[in-house]
Write a protein that binds this ligand. Structure first.
Ligand code: SF4
Ligand code: SF4
Length: 209
């Protein structure tokens, strides 16, 4: 029989790194987000889209099409390439079978590299933030150089709204503890580590007697 293509992981099925037999009543599942749904993907897109639209409008107004095209090339290179390599390849979700991610951000990004559990290196952190600054800083420079003050204010506001929503609602329960934006507390990570021993081992975590 032909296997059904799933857009998201089965919410009742433990993830690839998890050794539990079921997700039912799992305390870790209440703290850390192991499965993703279409509503969360939509929520993420709605969160990020205002900042991107304003950024694109600012670059186009001040620099014109060539610069906007350059920025459009930068986006998939960073979010579909560099960020996946330096940050997402450390995420337990990356260990799932399949050639692309099925999560609430970066959905559909190809998995070109191997899964590498454990923390990000200093170089990876540097590249992660450099790309971030480039993607979100480029519109800022254009808006300032073009003295587009109103657009600049709206851009800064949309960025602040995006960041605060991201940190509060997503990073606070994300299972990629390697990400520098991750906000899951040490105490809450324990519950996830207990069911995901290979991840725990990569982090050098040992359960206390
Ligand atoms: S830790 Fe394992 S059992 Fe618990 S919700 Fe996540 S995948 Fe399911
Ligand atoms: S870190 Fe976030 S965006 Fe990357 S694979 Fe994990 S859940 Fe998806």
């Amino acid at each position: 029989m032909k296997a059904k293509t799933q857009l998201f992981l089965d919410p009742n099925q433990p993830i690839a790194t998890c050794t539990a037999s079921t997700c039912r009543d799992c305390p870790a599942g209440k703290i850390v987000h192991c499965h993703f749904h279409a509503a969360e993907l939509m929520q993420f897109i709605l969160m990020v889209i205002p900042a991107f639209l304003i950024a694109a409008a600012g670059i186009w107004r001040v620099g014109g099409w060539p610069w906007l095209a350059g920025w459009f090339v930068l986006l998939p290179l960073y979010f579909g390439g560099l960020e996946i390599r330096v940050m997402c390849s450390h995420c337990p979700h990356y260990a799932e079978p399949g050639n692309s991610l099925k999560c609430w951000a970066n959905y559909g990004a190809p998995k070109l590299w191997r899964y590498r559990p454990g923390p990000m290196s200093k170089t990876e952190n540097f590249l992660f933030f450099s790309g971030f600054i480039l993607v979100f800083g480029m519109p800022l420079i254009f808006l300032i150089l073009g003295a587009a003050w109103f657009l600049l204010m709206v851009y800064l506001f949309s960025l602040a709204a995006f960041w605060s929503t991201l940190i509060t609602f997503l990073c606070s329960q994300c299972m990629n503890f390697a990400c520098p934006l991750n906000h899951v507390s040490k105490a809450n990570r324990q519950a996830f580590f207990k069911r995901n021993p290979s991840v725990a081992q990569a982090w050098g975590w040992k359960e206390k007697e």
